[in-house]
Ligand binder design. Structure first.
Ligand code: ASP
Ligand code: MG
Length: 241
């Protein structure tokens, strides 16, 4: 029992079939009596496609408008997931970053989270809603939409865990945790059961694309352990702490 945060990346929410699988992971936690906050990325390659389409217009977009554009994918995912959970008989409510609000600094395209108002989230959780939050986005002091840098949904999840004092944070991906080498390339890649924040940051600096670097730094700062595991296969995953 407690607050559980579950974050699902683009490949985990890529289509309706996968959204149904994601719902199974969410419902399991709800049925066990937990209060659940879900953070999601844009579906599949949505963000890449938006950037490509933007490049058809210009290579030098206005920074404000760039963030308005590339933040939209996540809004589609939160709404679809809430609608699907409702359909399955569960109360769920979706929020964009500005609706929470998740306050960031003014660095468009690579903003840092400064504060999260948890009032609405906690009220909804107490009213037995599953709260679904768009990853990767926030709002700055001028009420403008900002994004957190590519892969930034991980950072949204860690920040929410810190600000809601969550009991558990699980970041779901397409492989069962953190591996010594990329398991999508190396079939003999060895899984790591436990890894420190410092080692994880070093791995990311060496090119591993498991977790957003800022997210690990934030987890370390707020002392939030991260469980990384697979959406698709059973396994114990990796603990980052
Ligand atoms: N959708 C964003 C991206 O592709 C954020 C994320 O996936 O975490 O970078
Ligand atoms: Mg990611």
């Amino acid at each position: 029992m407690g607050i559980v945060i579950q974050k699902f990346g683009g490949s985990s929410v890529a289509d309706t079939k996968k959204l149904n699988l994601v719902c199974k992971h969410i419902i399991k936690n709800v049925d066990e009596g937990n209060k659940v906050i879900v953070v999601v990325s844009a579906q599949g390659k949505t963000t890449d496609i938006l950037i490509k389409e933007e490049e058809e217009i210009t290579n030098n977009p206005n920074k404000r408008e760039h963030d308005v554009l590339i933040s939209v994918g996540e809004q589609i995912t939160i709404a679809k997931l809430a609608i699907l959970l409702n359909e399955l008989g569960y109360k769920a409510k979706s929020y964009t970053g500005w609706q929470i609000p998740i306050l960031t600094d003014n660095i468009y395209g690579n903003a840092n989270i400064l504060d999260i108002n948890t009032d609405k989230i906690l009220e909804d959780l107490n009213n037995n809603f599953i709260v679904i939050v768009a990853g990767f986005q926030g709002i700055n002091e001028f009420n403008e939409i900002t994004t957190l840098g590519r892969g930034g949904s991980d950072t949204t999840a860690v920040a929410l865990a810190a600000y809601t004092n969550a009991d558990k944070l699980i970041i779901y991906t397409d492989v069962d945790g953190v591996f010594e080498t990329d398991p999508n390339i190396d079939p003999n890649a060895k899984k790591i059961e436990k890894i420190s924040y410092d080692q994880m940051i070093e791995m990311a600096n060496n090119g591993a694309k498991v977790l957003h670097n800022k997210c690990v730094e934030m987890a370390q700062k707020y002392n939030v352990p991260i469980i990384v595991k697979s959406t698709f296969e059973k396994g114990t995953g990796t603990i980052v702490n």
